[in-house]
Design a protein around this ligand. Structure first.
Ligand code: TA6
Length: 297
């Protein structure tokens, strides 16, 4: 494919960064670092795979996921921007914004001194984005692969007016059995319970999942840990520039209702999302840049 040849000429790094045809013939970058590897699709700047050497895959990817230019990939790390969930007042707008539906462009690839590998992808406002969201912006996703997976989402306001946006790294983590997993780090934090009329509640102790769970933890800036006894491992999400953490598992009925999600897949995933949403939406002055980072291991 000429596009892939051109990408490898301009951005390939032998033994570290190779562009290739992925699922659905969508272009992906295969990143190979000394301590881990990853796949990143240009479609949506979507990380679908990360695995540290000697460990199992960190991310869940549905076997039923679509890989089409106009559909979100189900699993991995969808980029939600510039709004989270449905767009208020516009039912025709895509849920979780348009960033995960657009092709991002490679800006930089590099093998770093410590053997980790970095890929920077960019998305600019355009006629297409302005038709959904009037503001001019420039976004960059920096993916750094090593023993850990680090994502940094930078949003710059390139317009002359301030704007407010929401964002999320909507990460699907692979777990052995959600029924025995628990999530630490959010005790005492207020959350909106979206399976109970978005009522505001306070988390007491660790989170356990016993049914459909969809919670938006607000003013949540701490790291979280997913304890997964079934895989005898724990997953840590450290973050900065994020005041919202979202926890989601569709459970049985919601899993059945999603065509791009296997009916039997719900026990093997949990979303712990690094975000700024709802009351934590970000206000950005003209020319300013906001940075949100998640380091997952
Ligand atoms: O992050 C949780 C959530 O907002 C849920 O309400 C559910 O809709 C999930 O995102 C998946 O959304 P999607 O549009 O990717 O199907």
């Amino acid at each position: 494919m000429a596009e892939i040849d051109d990408l490898n000429k301009r951005f390939g790094v032998p033994g570290a960064v190779v562009f290739e045809a992925g699922n659905g013939n969508l272009v992906r970058a295969a990143l190979t670092a000394s301590q881990g590897s990853a796949h990143v699709y240009l479609h949506g700047a979507h990380v679908t795979h990360f695995q540290a050497n000697g460990q199992g895959p960190l991310l869940f990817l549905s076997s039923e996921s679509l890989f089409q230019f106009d559909k979100p990939i189900r699993g991995g790390i969808p980029i939600c921007f510039p709004w989270f969930g449905p767009k208020s007042g516009d039912t025709s707008a895509p849920v979780h914004g348009f960033a995960r539906l657009l092709q991002w462009n490679p800006l930089e690839t590099k093998r770093l001194g410590d053997g980790s590998v970095k890929l920077v992808l960019g998305l600019q406002s355009s006629e297409a984005t302005r038709s959904k969201w009037v503001h001019d912006f420039s976004a960059q996703l920096n993916v750094t692969v090593g023993a850990k997976l680090e994502l940094t989402l930078r949003v710059t306001n390139t317009s002359s007016q301030a704007f407010t946006f929401e964002e999320a790294l909507h990460t699907y983590f692979s777990v052995g059995d959600i029924k025995t997993a628990r999530i630490d780090g959010l005790s005492g934090v207020r959350y909106l319970d979206k399976v109970d009329g978005a009522k505001e509640k306070t988390q007491s102790g660790a989170i356990t999942i016993e049914g459909e769970t969809d919670r938006v933890y607000m003013d949540a800036t701490s790291a979280t840990t997913i304890h997964d006894p079934s895989f005898t491992r724990k997953i840590t999400v450290e973050k900065s520039g994020s005041s919202t953490t979202v926890v989601w598992n569709p459970w049985i009925n919601k899993a059945k209702a999603m065509a791009d999600f296997g009916d039997e897949e719900w026990p093997h995933m949990v979303c712990v999302e690094t975000a700024n949403a709802a009351k934590n939406a970000v206000q950005l002055a003209p020319g300013a840049t906001h940075e949100m980072r998640a380091v997952m291991s």
